[in-house]
Design a protein around this ligand. Structure first.
Ligand SMILES: Nc1ncnc2c1ncn2[C@@H]1O[C@H](COP(=O)(O)OP(=O)(O)OP(=O)(O)O)[C@@H](O)[C@H]1O
Ligand SMILES: [Mg+2]
Length: 495
C-alpha cells in the first residue's frame, strides 16, 4: 500500500489530492508516478476505473512551471466527452498549484476556444482533429511542450487517428516525455510506442483477468427478436441506479431509446451524429439521474467515469474483445460493484469465446427472465421504497386517512392495492427495432454497417487488417492508416 504522502509530491499537489479525497494511491498510480516524475517515457496498462488519469496527471502537474506562459503539456484523447472529463480531473489536480487547463474539441465554437487559448493555458486536453485545427490556424503552439500524454492510445489507433497524432507530435520538441495509458494494449500499440516514444518503460498492473473482479459478468443467449423484451425485464428486475445499454449502430441506439421510452423507462441515446450540445446535455442528464438509462454506441465506451453506473448491458455484442473490456468498465469503478450482461445470438458464440479468451474470465450464463420475475422485481423495488418510507419519513399527515381505510377494508387488500398502484407492471406495448445483422465473424465479411450511418473516418475504408475474431491475439493484422476493418462500422466520434 502506498500513500500519496509517501511519493514526495509538491505541497500544492498534495493539497489538491487531499481536496479530491484520495489518500492511498492505486497500484497503477504507485507504480507509474515515481517513474513519471523521473521523466521516463511510460506505457501504463491497468484495469478500467483504477485511476490512470491521476497516474499520468500527477507527473504532468508536478512539471508545470507557472511562470512559463507556454503550453507545457498536451493530452490527446479519442472522444470529446473524454477530453472534457480528463480536463476536469486535471483541473482538480491543478487546484493547489493554480495551473490553467483547457479542453479543445470538435463541435464547440472555435472562436471561443481561440479566446481561451489566448489566456495562456499550461495544459491542453484535446481530440486529435481539433488540436490539429488549432495548430494549422496557429492559435496553438506546441514548441514549449515537454509532456505528451496519449490517453486510450489503442482507440485512437482504431479510429484512424494515427496520422493526426503524428502531425501533432511533429510540432512538439523531440526533447519531451511521452506517456501512454489504456486498459487494453493490443499488439499494434507497439508501433505507436516505437514511433513516438523513447525506450518506454512498460508498467502493467498484474491482474489475473483483464476485467475488474468486482464486475459480475453474465451472458444471455437469445434470438435477435427476443432482445428487447429481455432488456426490459432485466431493467425491471435489477432496477439499476444508472445503466448504460450499448448498441452496435446509431440507428440501433435511436430505436432502442425510443422503444425504452415507449415502455416507460427514462432513457436517452448518445452517438456521434448528435450535435455536441446534445451529446453533452444527454450526458449531463444521465450524471444527474434525470435519465437512468443511457443508450450508447461505443462513443461512450472509453474512459467515461460516471459514478452510479451499476449496470452495463451489451444489447449487441461488441465488435472486439477490447471494446468489451472498456464498455463493461463503465461500471465497477474505483472499487465499486457492478453488473455486466451481454446478449449473444446463437451465431455470435465465437465472439463470446473470443472475448472470454482475451479477458481470461468466463461469463456466467443467465436465462432470459420471465414476465413473472419482472413483475416480482418491480414489486420488490416498490416494497423496498415503502419500507424505506416507513423507517425514514414523517407519515403523520397520512395516518388518519390510513386508519379510516383500515376500518373499512381488509389490511392485506389495502396494501396489495397500494402496491399495484405503485408498481410498474410489465408492459407489452409494441416497439419497433430493426434487426441488426449478426456480428461478422470472419475477415472476408465486408458489410457496410447496416445502413445506419456508420462510416470510417475520412472515408478510409478497411483496406487492410480487418479484425478477425477467430484470430489468435498477437497476430498483428491491424495496420495504421488503413485502420482496422471494423472501423467501417465504427462511427466518427469527433473531428
Ligand atoms: N487513489 C485514488 N483513490 C480513490 N479514488 C481514486 C483514486 N484515483 C482515482 N480515483 C477515482 O477513480 C475513478 C476512476 O479513475 P479514472 O477515470 O482515472 O480510471 P481509468 O483507470 O482511467 O479508467 P478507464 O480505463 O475506464 O479510463 C475516478 O472517479 C477517480 O477520481
Ligand atoms: Mg481513463
Amino acid at each position: 500500500m502506498t500513500l500519496f504522502s509517501e511519493l514526495g509530491l509538491d505541497r500544492t499537489t498534495m493539497k489538491s489530492i487531499e481536496k479530491m479525497g484520495f489518500e492511498e494511491a492505486t497500484p497503477i498510480q504507485a507504480q507509474t508516478i515515481p517513474l513519471g516524475l523521473e521523466g521516463k517515457d511510460l506505457i501504463g496498462q491497468a484495469q478500467t476505473g483504477t485511476g490512470k488519469t491521476v497516474a499520468f496527471g500527477i507527473p504532468l502537474m508536478e512539471k508545470i512551471d507557472l511562470k512559463n506562459e507556454n503550453v507545457q503539456g498536451i493530452i490527446i484523447a479519442p472522444t470529446r466527452e473524454l477530453a472534457i472529463q480528463v480536463s476536469e480531473e486535471l483541473f482538480k489536480l491543478g487546484y493547489g498549484k493554480r495551473a490553467r487547463v483547457l479542453a479543445v474539441y470538435g463541435g464547440q465554437d472555435i472562436d471561443r476556444q481561440i479566446r481561451a487559448l489566448k489566456k495562456k493555458p499550461h495544459i491542453i486536453v484535446g481530440t486529435p482533429g481539433r488540436l490539429l485545427d488549432h495548430i494549422k490556424r496557429k492559435t496553438l503552439r506546441l514548441n514549449g511542450v515537454s509532456t505528451v500524454i496519449l490517453d486510450e492510445a489503442d482507440e485512437m489507433l482504431n479510429m484512424g487517428f494515427i496520422e493526426d497524432i503524428e502531425s501533432i507530435l511533429s510540432e512538439v520538441p523531440e526533447e519531451r516525455q511521452t506517456l501512454l495509458f489504456s486498459a487494453t494494449m493490443p499488439e499494434p500499440i507497439r508501433k505507436i510506442a516505437e514511433r513516438f516514444m523513447k525506450e518506454p518503460t512498460i508498467v502493467r498492473v498484474k491482474a489475473k483477468e483483464m476485467t475488474v473482479a468486482n464486475i459480475d459478468q453474465y451472458y444471455i443467449e437469445l434470438r435477435e427478436g427476443e432482445k428487447f423484451e429481455a432488456l426490459a425485464r432485466l431493467l425491471d428486475i435489477q432496477t439499476p441506479e444508472l445503466a448504460i445499454v450499448f448498441g452496435r449502430t446509431k440507428r440501433r441506439v435511436d430505436e432502442l431509446s425510443t422503444a425504452l421510452n415507449v415502455r416507460g423507462y427514462m432513457a436517452e441515446g448518445i452517438h456521434g451524429d448528435l450535435s455536441q450540445a446534445k451529446r453533452l446535455s444527454v450526458l449531463k442528464k444521465f450524471k444527474e439521474g434525470a435519465i437512468d438509462v443511457l443508450v450508447a454506441t461505443d462513443v461512450a465506451a472509453r474512459g467515461l467515469d460516471i459514478s452510479g453506473v451499476t449496470h452495463v448491458y451489451n444489447f449487441d455484442i461488441p465488435q472486439d474483445p477490447e471494446s468489451y473490456v472498456h464498455r463493461i468498465g463503465r461500471t465497477g469503478r474505483a472499487g465499486k460493484h457492478g453488473v455486466a450482461i451481454t446478449f449473444v445470438n446463437p451465431r455470435e458464440r465465437g465472439q463470446l469465446q473470443a472475448v472470454e479468451r482475451t479477458t481470461k474470465k468466463q461469463m456466467e450464463r443467465m436465462k432470459t427472465p420471465t414476465l413473472t420475475e419482472a413483475l416480482e422485481g418491480q414489486q420488490k423495488a416498490v416494497t423496498e421504497k415503502i419500507l424505506g418510507s416507513v423507517e425514514n419519513e414523517d407519515l403523520s399527515l397520512y395516518i388518519s386517512q390510513a386508519e379510516e381505510l383500515l376500518q373499512k377494508h381488509d389490511a392485506a387488500e389495502l396494501v396489495a392495492a397500494a402496491l399495484k398502484q405503485l408498481t410498474k407492471e410489465p408492459d407489452s406495448t409494441p416497439v419497433k427495432l430493426t434487426e441488426e445483422a449478426p456480428m461478422p465473424m470472419r475477415r472476408d465479411r465486408n458489410r457496410s454497417g447496416s445502413g445506419s450511418g456508420n462510416r470510417s473516418r475520412n472515408g478510409r475504408g478497411p483496406s487492410s487488417g480487418r479484425k478477425d475474431y477467430g484470430n489468435k491475439r498477437g497476430n498483428n493484422n491491424r495496420k495504421f492508416g488503413g485502420s482496422r476493418g471494423s472501423s467501417q462500422r465504427r462511427e466518427t466520434m469527433n473531428k
